[in-house]
Design a protein. Sequence first.
Lengths: 325, 327
Amino acid sequence: MTESVLSIRNLAVTFNTQMGELRAVRGVDVDVRAGEILGVVGESGSGKSVSFLAAMGLLPNSAIVTGSVVLDGVELIGAKPKVVRSMRGRLMSMVFQDPLSALNPVQRVGDQIVEMIQSHQSLDDRAAAKRAVELLEIVGIPQPDERARQYPHEFSGGMRQRVVIAMAIANNPKVLIADEPTTALDVTVQAQILEVIQRVQQTFGTAVVLITHDLGVIARVADSVNVMYAGRNVESGSVQSLFDHPSHPYTRGLLSSLPHEGTERLQPIAGFPPNMLAPPPGCGFAPRCPHALEVCSSELPALRQFGDLQTACVLAEQLRIGGNV
Amino acid sequence: MSAENSPALLSVRHLVKNFELRASKGIRNTKRIVQAVADVSFDVEVGQTLGIVGESGSGKTTVGRSVLQLITPTSGEVIFDGKDLTKLSFEEMRDVRRQMQIVFQDPFASLDPKMTVGASIVEPLIVQGVAGDHDAKVKELLDLVGLAPDHARRFPHEFSGGQRQRIGIARALALDPKLIVLDEPVSALDVSIQAGVVNLFADLQKRLGMSYIFIAHDLSVVRHIADQVAVMYLGKIVEIGEKTAVYTHPTHPYTKALLSAVPLPDPKVERSRHRIMLEGDVPSPVNPPTGCRFRTRCWKATELCAAEEPQLVVRSSGQQSACHFPE
């Protein structure tokens, strides 16, 4: 196994709200290995975005973050803001869902990339501008010379997302975190952006964390996958194993609720996700689980290894043998 | 499309909707026109579902709202149950409205936060002056969409997204409509919740026999629920016909590209299939390409496509498509 460039251990994030403590992330372990695409999948409120915002040090001070996030051998949780700042954008950078709010509307696109380069590298203006044009070319923007002198409003949604990716890879980071990077885009443009992300990963060996709610996107580009539910990872491992032998009832439910060719009736998961102000004491999925036992509502199941999958369910062995959903 | 003997519930003919844009260039105000829907015709049969798919700017939402006369079409006919809705007065239209309803995408924005669920559901009955036991009707409707009778006394914020969408559906059903326009009704929901709402639409149609226009960008959901499918691009229908024909034998290059762009939840299929990668984005509808509107992104385009607009033609697999060089 190749070593991990980003290693998250027992990460927990709690927000103090007027209604009490909201436990958004409750003990998450993630290993991002060099050069791989890790898909993180889950529904709204599963904690998938918050986990990585915490890793990037981008949560407001009111959030209570505990656990460990080690990037390239340096512990980030509890580190000085200056240390985190020096790593963010250089070793690890992030692409968000909405490219328009990630760009400054009154600054030329090329200048924004130059700013990103010069905040971490000592390049003079001319060299940085040249590098910015190169980056625009890498992400597939035609006439990069001209485009570098334009403003964000002159770009379409897909082209803006390319600009944001160019900026994110400006300092050749080891880890690129892409949080729902294609959700706001049309499906034909989504295909283009996924290709750009794959190209970046293959050309520069950048590890990519792709956060999405779309299992189709995971199936297309990810090498390994991490399924999150109610602030915990419930199943993780190689993409092929996850789709071949989904062993957690949530993963299985998710896969069978998707429309497939020829299915007469969809199979939704009963109920809805728990309120994270008062998460269930046992397995977070137990209230919706068709297989739940008594023990599930009192004890939190740990991740256990089966082949190249890790599953947090007491019934994982039986469900795994059950084969495809 | 439509069977010769039984007239369709809804026939849309040559529907056009232009929006005016005011853009100031220097000191002069120039008027520009966006043709959001450019000559669209289709039928919806009794008890059937027409799915309309397309990317942003394709005009699919404008079609839905023009059918309901929520926006006034620029030209064309919308014949519902034998009446051309574009020619009705406001009063006459009100009577027709009870037979046509809409469910919107955002279940958080489409319910009044200060009204109880029961009051929201009953509102269409009051507006239309329907007499009878409203409380009993609310209970019946809540039961129909899978909610409990005591939910009527609660407020929208007490419900999850999926439940709110069910409330919106109950309200749309209150007047026993013959046609419901579903405008991206499950796009805002998580997949595990989405499946339940999609099943509900199918069950309700089976029980009550109404027709749906199901507008969505998610092609796999449309494949699941629709009988007929229309694929729109920049204000035009490029391909329309029976669902299986369109999905298994797409004849328009855009339909083909769209289907191949959708990520399928199967890594083996995803990694082995040939993908058509379209270049660029959808052009601006303010200034659409001449001839075929898809030609700027099409790998088959020739001079003919720029010069002459292709018309919808029936293909061997049964559907119609508008292309000079069909697959």
